[in-house]
Design a protein around this ligand. Structure first.
Ligand code: NDP
Ligand code: 8X3
Length: 259
């Protein structure tokens, strides 16, 4: 018997990086999956891989979490199909731009706030009531060390991840009296497409972020998320922070430590 047999898990932002690695990790443990992201072609090839390799059910949908009406429609179709997820992994997110606030770009700001904060709220608002009325469920938010400590030019991204931290705490309080669990997994540097997106496709600059040390991998984060969702029902891992060993806080980093 696999640990997650019989459970349905919704992963937002499953087309790359941490979301994709979590989907793989969950499928290996027997979970059926609902995968959302904007790049449907990537979701479909991941779904084929997981159906063939793990024998699990996988549903894919092209969902931009910023689109409240679409999120609502997709959530309703899950509810009508009797698939209220056992776990929601609110992972979809991004940094966009890296400028001092006085030179910041409004479009970058909107992209981050609309995805990281309002997108997480859209998904949670549509599905959490059904977890609450059922009495069980688990909301896992991917936060960040950027939600614990601010760094220069992190400004709006930091604010969005501080908001995720506040929302994890707030949702947890609001579901008191139910058995719904609310957790946050907060990584430091993880080598994914994150920096490429932050630097608007500048691969060389993105690669520079990870130069000279061993960052976390998406699989490292997926292992932690898997741990969080496989605790017994009376255990809630409230906030798990993980860092590469070379990283001591958000900006103290030893770049002479490639192992
Ligand atoms: P990636 O860029 O590799 O993956 C981001 C994922 O989010 C993609 O699947 C992307 O899919 C999805 N996404 C982005 N915008 C939307 C949207 N509007 N609607 C739906 N899906 C969306 O980055 P990571 O895997 O690193 O990032 C995942 C999460 O981890 C983010 O919340 C990030 O803030 C957080 N994080 C990352 C860290 C890092 O160092 N990498 C460290 C700490 C936290 P698509 O483009 O197909 O929609
Ligand atoms: C991503 C990690 O330090 O680049 O959340 O903000 S960091």
């Amino acid at each position: 018997m696999n640990e997650l047999d019989g459970s349905w898990i919704l992963v937002t932002g499953a087309s790359a990086g941490i979301g994709q690695a979590c989907a793989r990790r969950f499928a290996e443990s027997g979970a059926s999956l609902i995968l959302w992201a904007r790049r449907l072609d990537r979701l479909e090839s991941l779904a084929d891989e997981l159906r063939d390799g793990c024998g699990v059910e996988v549903v894919t949908r092209q969902v931009d979490v910023r689109d409240r009406r679409l999120v609502s429609r997709e959530a309703l179709s899950l509810i009508e199909a009797g698939r209220v997820p056992d776990v929601i992994l609110n992972n979809a997110g991004l940094a966009s731009g890296f400028d001092p606030i006085q030179e910041g770009d409004y479009e970058d700001w909107d992209r981050m706030i609309d995805t990281n904060v309002k997108g997480l709220l859209n998904v949670t608002r549509e599905l959490l009531p059904h977890m609450v009325s059922r009495g069980t469920g688990h909301v896992v938010n991917i936060g960040s060390t950027a939600g614990h400590q601010v760094y220069p030019k992190g400004n709006v991204y930091n604010a969005s991840k501080f908001a995720v931290k506040a929302l994890t705490e707030g949702i947890n309080l609001d579901v008191a009296g139910t058995r719904v669990r609310v957790s946050s997994v907060d990584p430091g540097f993880v080598r994914t497409e994150f920096s490429r997106v932050r630097f608007h496709g500048d691969d060389e600059r993105a690669e520079g972020v990870y130069r000279g040390f061993d960052p976390l991998t998406a699989q490292d984060v997926a292992d932690c998320v898997h741990f969080v969702v496989t605790r017994p029902p009376h255990v809630n891992v409230f906030d798990m922070v993980l860092l590469p060993t070379a990283q001591r806080n958000v900006y103290v980093l030893d770049r002479r430590d490639p192992t």
